[in-house]
Write a protein that binds this ligand. Structure first.
Ligand SMILES: [Cu+2]
Length: 672
């Protein structure tokens, strides 16, 4: 719930009095979002229901790609892995309604964002850097929250919105949302569905990328008093997706989730609110090499699942006019299981996965305690600080590994301190130092240094790795001169025991290892908008990261090159139109064969430019039509961090999975 997000509340505390940086509120708008600006200190918020360009795949990663500083490791049409400031995987925390969500696929087909259906949420918030400890340990690059809004029935007891979208590659999406309630309670139901065929790149070559996804979310809340909320919520979703970068596709991405939340706020005294939450999240993922592609060879199925159970108790205190304290304890445990089936003897026969038994291969347990304090020395300045201690346990339950039955217990420390200063009505500056520690995740612990093929691995193990420690300096400024507004967010990070994934081609094509190195990254995002006249607005967004592997004295791998986005929009009463010009530099800083749990460097890439146009029209107060053509000039290009193309029957092999060529889309939104 947005209102409960204390980071937001804390910022609002200061900024309500001192700042004029308005957060974009969700409403039907005639503007297509092309590059959401940093609208508060270290924070970007954006409306996931709004149209955006280029049109994102219907998953969390592609929506984030629109935000300066983010890029996506492309694998196919959907389920790419989001990367922020060169950091992927567990370095970027993804929270759905406040719950940390984890995928299960050993080949990383299902990043947390693969289970995100963005239109099921009302707001996406990105917190940059290790400048918060509320949401767990180790999210060194940042934390992304997909959240629902606090129901507001002051005007209408029944509210809803719906949208449909059509586009190239037979893309079609449907979304419907209904919220009903009064002062005593509410009901919130949301459903989404999307379907797309293979898209074509700029050379008119089909990419193995079709997908279908759907989700249903529901929440039932009772509010017996103005200060009390008790809510039960649940979600079920599933999908299938073709992958262009590997020998298998995702045949199922089942998720079901249930949560119970209770919150009590207080009007008097120093205790402002107390909140408790318990949740269960279960994902069951099937991948195989025959459902979504032609297969003449041996048919194989792999079916991981993961159950995550968590609980959290948090409270907010306002001991004085100038101080807010947030504190909490949290617990999370998750069990990962795997079953596989193949039929080496008879390639024609489909292996039976239901007769294989699920073997638990790894188990994780986390307990954390944290405190955050904001102190506003006067109306202009504030000091923000926090400390978290986590106790993390990982158990290796695999058989026949050198680390079988090992239990790895780690104590992780994270903390930050930040100073913000409102220099005058137009400028706010900040500087912060943060430190965060992360234990190796499932993927890093299960690298296969002696893998023979996709299904067969040896005894060697990467289960035991040192914890990754990141110390980062964040500084920046936000400016608002009415006609001209903008921001700069810069960072400098030292990564000790950074967990680097390295392919081992001398062992086999499937072998890879994980090892601790020292690394340095620094960079910045900048954005600016200029309201030239009442009708014309232009904007620009720049992002840049430099990474170095200090142990091997090479470039740090999987870093997207610098990019610039230039936009120009024209607006009249009921319609608007605009263009987006995206310019991406070449990337010559590479370290071939190393990277993260998702992708490893393939080689250098040339720069490219993509131009897109869009238009919006509101024929009535509650109806908006949005349309666009992405990649207008049908340029053939691939992102630097895209994965390499695989040999798939009926498809051209490309060095990297290419991005879509010219793509048109039309979206209709209605609010009632
Ligand atoms: Cu998979």
């Amino acid at each position: 719930m947005l209102k409960l997000s204390p980071a937001v509340a804390a910022l609002a505390l200061v900024h309500a009095t001192a700042s004029s940086f308005a957060t974009a509120e969700h409403s039907l708008d005639t503007q297509v979002i092309t590059a959401p600006a940093t609208n508060d200190v270290l924070m970007v918020t954006t409306d996931p229901k709004a149209p955006r360009q280029p049109i994102p795949a219907h998953d969390g990663a592609d929506l984030l790609k629109n935000i300066p500083g983010f890029s996506v490791i492309r694998k196919g049409g959907t389920d790419g892995d989001p990367v922020f400031r060169g950091m992927a995987g567990s370095r970027l925390g993804i929270l759905l309604d406040g719950d940390m969500i984890l995928g299960g696929c050993g080949q990383r087909m299902d990043p947390p964002t693969a289970y995100v259906f963005p239109q099921a949420y009302d707001q996406v918030t990105v917190l940059k850097g290790p400048q918060s400890v509320q949401y767990g340990s180790g999210s060194s690059a940042g934390t992304v929250m997909f959240e629902r809004a606090e129901p507001d029935f002051s005007e209408n007891n029944i509210q809803g919105n719906a949208s449909v979208l059509f586009g190239s590659a037979q893309r079609n999406d449907q979304m419907a949302h209904l919220l009903a309630g009064d002062s005593k309670g509410y009901m919130d139901i949301n459903a989404t569905r999307t379907d797309a065929e293979d898209y074509k790149d700029g050379d008119n070559e089909e990419i193995h990328s079709a997908y279908t996804r759907w989700s249903t979310n529901a929440a039932l809340g009772i509010t017996p008093t103005d200060n009390t909320t008790i809510e039960v919520s649940g979600a079920v979703s599933d999908g299938e997706a073709a992958y262009a970068d590997r020998g298998m596709d995702g045949a199922a991405f089942e998720r079901n989730n249930a949560a119970l939340r209770a919150e009590q706020t207080f009007d008097q005294g120093s205790l402002a609110s107390i909140e408790g939450r318990v949740y269960r999240n279960y994902i069951d993922h099937v991948m195989d090499n025959f459902t979504l592609r032609e297969q003449d060879g041996t048919k194989m199925i792999s079916n991981p699942d993961r159950e995550t159970i968590g609980a959290r108790l948090s409270s907010t205190w306002q001991p004085g006019q100038h101080t807010e304290i947030r504190t909490g304890v949290d617990h999370q445990r998750n069990n990962h299981r795997l079953r596989k089936a193949s039929n080496m003897m008879n390639p024609m026969m489909t292996p039976d996965i239901s007769s294989a038994s699920r073997e638990e291969d790894m188990r994780f347990n986390t307990n954390g305690i944290y405190i955050e304090a904001d102190y506003l020395s006067d109306e202009r300045s504030g000091i923000y600080t926090g400390l978290r201690i986590n106790r993390e346990k990982a158990e290796d339950l695999r058989l026949n590994k050198t680390t079988s039955n090992e239990i790895d217990v780690q104590t992780l420390t994270s903390g930050f301190i930040r100073y913000e200063h409102q220099m005058n009505a137009a400028h706010r500056a900040y500087i912060g130092l943060g430190h965060t520690e992360r234990a190796a995740d499932y993927w890093e612990r299960t690298k296969n240094p002696a893998a023979m093929n996709m299904m067969m691995t040896g005894m060697a193990s990467t289960f035991l790795l040192d914890t990754e420690k990141t110390t980062q300096l964040d500084l920046g400024i936000l400016a608002d001169h009415h006609a001209v507004a903008g921001s700069i967010s810069a960072f400098y990070a030292q990564h000790r025991d950074y967990i680097l994934i390295e392919q081992l081609p001398e062992v086999s094509a499937f072998a890879s290892t994980a090892r601790n190195i020292r690394a340095t990254t620094y960079g910045a995002e900048a954005d600016a908008s200029w309201t030239i006249t009442q009708r014309w607005v232009s904007n620009a967004a720049l992002s840049w990261v430099h990474g170095k592997n200090d142990t091997d004295n090479t470039a740090l791998s999987q870093i997207a090159p610098p990019e610039l986005r230039l936009g120009l929009n024209y607006r009249r009463d009921t319609w608007s139109a605009g263009g987006l010009w995206r310019l991406v530099e070449d990337q010559n800083r590479v370290d071939i064969g190393t990277g993260n749990i998702v992708g490893q460097d393939i080689g250098k890439t040339p720069g490219f430019q993509v131009f897109s146009v869009h238009a919006s029209w509101a024929p009535a107060d509650n109806v908006t039509l949005n349309t666009g053509i992405d990649n207008l000039f049908d340029v053939t290009y691939a992102e630097h961090i895209s994965r390499n193309g695989a040999d798939i029957s009926g498809y051209e092999i490309t060095g990297r999975v290419n991005e879509p060529g010219r793509t048109w889309w039309l979206q209709a939104q209605v609010e009632f």
